[in-house]
Write a protein that binds this ligand. Structure first.
Ligand SMILES: [Zn+2]
Length: 381
């Protein structure tokens, strides 16, 4: 039970990923589940949420293609408290830790408290990214714990499920130990590895798992998830959907941030591009280019949503994303009746795509500035 009284039984919602869901449901129906899976894809696409959901479905009393969300096993699984679901993730190495220790044995009380808090957050939101200081690797002790427990029977007499998050962070020793477990699978056990970096996993480990690839989430899937799971209004959800880069974990992080403030800064930049002499524009862009690439990308994405809204307003419709900024958008649309919106939007989309391809950021921004000035002059180039 969550503190607000909402049962977590039905709380594991996997956003999008219909192809993967269909594939796994088929495997469950035909009783053709592999003994080990590798769920791989871009960070935040839902590999971890899907691993929890699969574990819960397998242990659900009703044995359907989907977890019922109501039985005792479903409740325990959703709270990450099921005795037959073992979740491992990167942890700090304890003082004088020996390979026979359990992974948490040598951690300090403070570290244990952080782990407890992070697991709780993960149980409430499977898209939460577990973050523990000094936790750089999935440790040998974690994998040895998997081996030991796999050899024992399950508590409830059903399957035993081991989930290893961020499997690409396994140390070499941990990978080799896991390899042995994968080579001699114990009946009644399922191992699910999740990763955003398959190339960093020992190829022999990869080849012993059935690999399931996840695509980045679509903007609309992310926005819909934010509305349903986080109660956001549609406009803010749409804005975050555009900024999240296909990752629901990034989207959830952005929920807590002051996007309106950053959007306003992006619009200031637009004004400067339109009104300042060329050399001042160059120096503004140099500042932007000198910072983090991700920040510059965010400025462009925010600006893109704003200009798209200005295009709507100029044709007599209300803004869709920057609803809170409707007055400013209206003034802009009135001030630039001939603004070449399609030209500016194309230019921004191209700049975003170039920046994601690591094209030299100064060049991208200079070209963008010139095209946006052209758009303001009503040029159709
Ligand atoms: Zn159930």
């Amino acid at each position: 039970m969550r503190s607000d009284g909402v049962t977590t039984g039905a709380a594991i919602t996997v956003i999008g990923q219909d192809r993967v869901k269909k594939f796994l449901r088929n495997s469950i129906r035909r009783k053709r589940l592999a003994h080990a899976y590798l769920f791989s894809g871009p960070e935040g696409a839902g590999m971890e949420a899907m691993a929890f959901d699969l574990a819960r479905t397998i242990l659900c009393d009703r044995k359907g293609e989907q977890a019922c969300g109501e039985c005792k096993n479903c409740m325990l699984a959703a709270g990450l408290r099921h005795p037959d679901i073992h979740v491992h993730f990167p942890l700090p190495v304890g003082r004088n830790e020996s390979p026979d220790d359990e992974p948490l044995d040598r951690l300090t009380p403070q570290e244990l408290e952080t782990v407890r808090r992070e697991v709780e957050a993960k149980a409430l939101d499977p898209y939460h990214r577990i973050s523990i200081p000094r936790a750089n690797h999935v440790k040998l002790t974690s994998v040895r714990s998997v081996r030991r427990r796999a050899a024992l029977g399950s508590f409830e007499g059903g399957e035993k499920i081991f989930i290893i998050l961020d499997a690409h962070t396994m140390t070499t020793e941990a990978s080799n130990a896991l390899l042995k477990t994968l080579e001699e699978p114990t009946p009644g056990t399922l191992i699910i590895l999740t990763t955003s970096d398959t190339d960093a996993i020992l190829p022999t480990v990869v080849s012993r798992c059935q690999q399931v690839r996840f695509d980045p989430l679509g903007e609309a899937e992310i926005s819909a998830g934010l509305v349903t799971l986080h109660g956001l209004d549609a406009a803010r959800a749409a804005m975050i959907g555009k900024l999240a880069g296909g990752s629901f974990s990034s989207a959830v992080r952005l929920v807590r941030e002051d996007l309106a403030g950053r959007r306003d800064a992006a619009v200031d930049l637009l004004r400067n591009v339109l009104h300042r002499p060329h050399r001042e524009m160059v120096s503004l862009f140099d500042d932007l280019a000198g910072g983090e690439r991700a920040d510059a990308l965010e400025v462009l994405l925010l600006l893109g949503t704003w200009i798209r809204d200005a295009m709507l307003v100029s044709s007599g419709r209300p803004p869709e994303v920057n609803v809170d900024d409707a007055a400013t958008i209206g003034k802009f649309a009135a001030q630039y009746p001939d603004f070449g919106y399609p030209v500016a939007i194309d230019a921004i989309e191209e700049a975003v795509s170039d920046m994601r391809k690591n094209v030299y950021i100064h060049l991208v921004l200079q070209a963008l500035g010139i095209r946006i000035r052209g758009a303001a002059a009503g040029a159709r180039s």
